[in-house]
Design a protein around this ligand. Structure first.
Ligand code: GUN
Length: 304
């Protein structure tokens, strides 16, 4: 049976650190940090993310500024918004909620964010600093996952780590951060041959492919640390019956409500084999927002 890595509890501790730091700034006569979130269009998942970010800001005393733009916003209008936020002296962090509606080019937009305010850590300058192992703003999810693994005392040095997924926001930076901690890292992806055999070598397995229940219990090395970054909504009963064979509560929820949230790992199966594992929900999800607010505080303090 695995130890549960409680992302929600760790995120609460991170948010408490942010809250007390903000309070200390204000007591010292300094201004509160400010995070600007830009949301283009009406993607329902993005609207939920933004709402959660605003709630976390309120909880920690960080000022939050929202810019809601219509689905049809042109690239030049969006850029004008970014440039205005870059210039605003009291804005410390800028986050453009992804994905952007077509035909907007996320990479081109993110490159125009002031790197000192790039709290997503997606600007090429911040990516370069991470590549070189230097201090900078780092992508929130992998940064917060590393923070949690260290807090749980997970040893990374010399271990085999496998990261499933090669996204700029999770997979690639996660691999670089594990490497920085002296793990031996492999990035696997949709074209990797014999994924199960590769996963079985992992002492630390990070799943970030966005495929519900991809990782089976038999893919996991006994005692491995499993971090499940996936947050997927499953609606198909056939799929649910396959991936929730050892997760009767999930299957029950799916049948009762018509959908259920799950990760990229078959939790019920993995739980019997792994040494430690993050649940979904309540694992990595809450860490992302905690990481974002940590980055906003870091950006504010670095800007002086
Ligand atoms: N959409 C889903 N997750 C994220 C994130 O971490 N940052 C941004 N900008 N958009 C997202």
């Amino acid at each position: 049976m695995a130890q549960i890595l409680d992302g929600k509890a760790h995120a609460d501790r991170m948010l408490e650190v942010v809250r007390t730091s903000v309070e200390a700034r204000i007591s010292a006569g300094l201004r509160a940090p400010c995070l600007a979130v830009v949301l283009v269009g009406e993607n329902p998942a993005s609207q939920v993310y933004v709402k959660n970010k605003v709630a976390a800001c309120i909880r920690t005393g960080i000022r939050s500024l929202e810019r809601f733009l219509p689905e049809t916003t042109s690239s030049s209008t969006l850029l004008a918004t970014i440039l205005q936020l870059n210039e605003a002296p009291d804005v410390d962090g800028i986050l453009v909620q992804l994905p952007l509606p077509k035909p907007l080019d996320a990479k081109a937009i993110v490159q125009r964010i002031d790197p000192a305010k790039d709290v997503d850590g997606l600007h090429p300058l911040n990516q370069g600093l991470l590549f070189q192992g230097q201090k900078g703003l780092r992508p929130c999810t992998p940064n917060a996952v590393m923070n949690m693994l260290k807090a749980y005392g997970v040893v990374m040095q010399g271990k085999r780590a496998v990261v499933l997924g090669r996204s700029e926001i999770v997979g690639k930076p996660m691999a670089l951060m594990l490497l920085e901690e002296q793990a031996t890292v492999t990035i696997a992806h949709s074209r990797t041959l014999d994924l199960p055999a590769l996963c079985r070598e992992a002492d630390i397995l990070v799943a970030a492919m966005g495929q519900p229940g991809l990782v089976e219990g038999s893919w996991i090395k006994p005692g491995a640390v499993v971090v499940d970054v996936g947050i997927n909504r499953v609606e198909k009963l056939g799929l649910g019956e396959r991936i929730f064979a050892k997760d009767p509560k999930k299957l029950e929820t799916l049948k009762a409500k018509g959908s259920v949230l799950c990760g990229d790992v078959r939790y019920g199966e993995a739980f019997e084999v792994a040494g430690a594992i993050t649940p979904v929900p309540g694992g990595v999800g809450p860490l992302t927002i905690a990481g974002l607010l940590m980055n906003t505080l870091q950006a504010c303090e670095a800007r002086g």
